[in-house]
Design a protein around this ligand. Sequence first.
Ligand SMILES: [Zn+2]
Length: 247
Amino acid sequence: MRYEMMLPYQIRTAIAENWPVVLPLGVLEYHGEHMAVGMDTLAVIKALELLEGEMDLVILPPFYYGAASYAVEPPEGNGSVHVDAGKLFPFAQELFKGLLRVGFRNIHFFIHHQTENYSAGMPTDLAFKFGARQAVFEFLEKERGEGWWGNEKMADYYASQASATDPFNWIKGHPLLRPEALRHYPFDHAGEGETSLMLALCPEAVEMERLGEARWYTSSAREASAETGARGRDLILTHLRETLAKR
Ligand SMILES: [Zn+2]
């Protein structure tokens, strides 16, 4: 369900049944002459929309205004919109605190931008990860008071780290394509991998005839096809299903 369309009784059901609450996180960034600037975010949204048909899921309004950077092209006339990660962090912290206050304890964000080395992190995902951690600490201290972790009730903390009751599992961030998937699918920027993915998930975001004089990073886009994209889509859906499975 789309969060903005939910009525309070539906929100209370989602909380009681611990539905996954998912934020599509991304950027607006130049993706060659042949593809829409929202590609990274659209990929997350479209994949979640497919998943929505098969499981209980809350999809939050997407956040497009990440740290795109101007590493690929300058923004003038090209379309990238960069918001500094230092400004994203307080926003993320407040957003996650707000979602915890509503009552959600199964919150996730998925991101596709600059996630080729996700475990090390890049500005947008690090800002949201940092915001999530700070939100959890702040929330717990307010709810349970100082010394909450040292309390006897937390004696099973290390034993239950993998479980949903561990507060540090309340908010998690994930790449759209996990490392295992990257062994079977080309990861690139506006090349064959991303262009194919858009052809499969959101074909209206691609105009192949615009490709023309390609940059190094778009040269492989000529090989793009909806069939290749469908393979990527299926890898993504498997990952989403496993990650968001009931816990
Ligand atoms: Zn991209």
